[in-house]
Ligand binder design. Structure first.
Ligand code: OFO
Length: 170
């Protein structure tokens, strides 16, 4: 069982994870149109990961006898600028999501809701990986600057990103 406050906070996080998925899908479309198939592939996989983040939390709310409350998803931007700007925005977004997960964890601690703390630990760890994955792309992007050859090499590398393991079973 979860409190009403926790139910509301988890539903708000579901909405943020949906927005993340939407944002990455918009970024993927933008990169495809810009002739950057590797970047588009990376963003598309990110979109799929976000859908997993949504459904994992959705299932938890239901498993705890709570009510799922799906709100309207904000429209993502259509323009994202250069590859470097895209990844700077991505890091900013993931840092925002990390903060949001930490606030949720703070609520679970305040409420002495041990089940939700255990559940959220997966997201805390996942956010470390999310930010590190973005940094791994951001660093070479900062190095190559506007050099077309360098950008093409990074695009090729991102095209090889493999699907990451599904979230561990509960
Ligand atoms: Fe769901 O972690 Fe990214 O946003």
């Amino acid at each position: 069982m979860i409190s009403k406050d926790m139910q509301k906070a988890l539903n708000e996080q579901v909405n943020k994870e949906f927005y993340s998925a939407y944002l990455y899908l918009a970024m993927s479309a933008y990169c495809s149109t810009a002739g950057l198939p590797g970047f588009a592939h990376w963003m598309r996989l990110q979109y799929e990961e976000e859908n997993l983040h949504v459904t994992k939390m959705y299932d938890y709310i239901l498993d705890q006898g709570g009510e799922v409350d799906l709100k309207m998803i904000e429209e993502p931007p259509k323009e994202f600028g250069t590859p470097l700007e895209i990844f700077e925005k991505t890091l900013e977004h993931e840092q925002f999501i990390t903060k949001s997960i930490h606030n949720l964890m703070g609520l679970a601690v305040d409420e002495r809701d041990y089940a939700t703390q255990a559940f959220l630990q997966w997201y805390v760890t996942e956010q470390v990986e999310e930010e590190a994955n973005v940094q791994d792309v951001l660093n070479p992007l900062r190095m190559v600057g506007n050099d077309k050859g360098g950008l093409m090499m990074i695009d090729q590398k991102l095209g090889g990103r493999a699907v990451s393991a599904a979230p561990a079973a509960e």
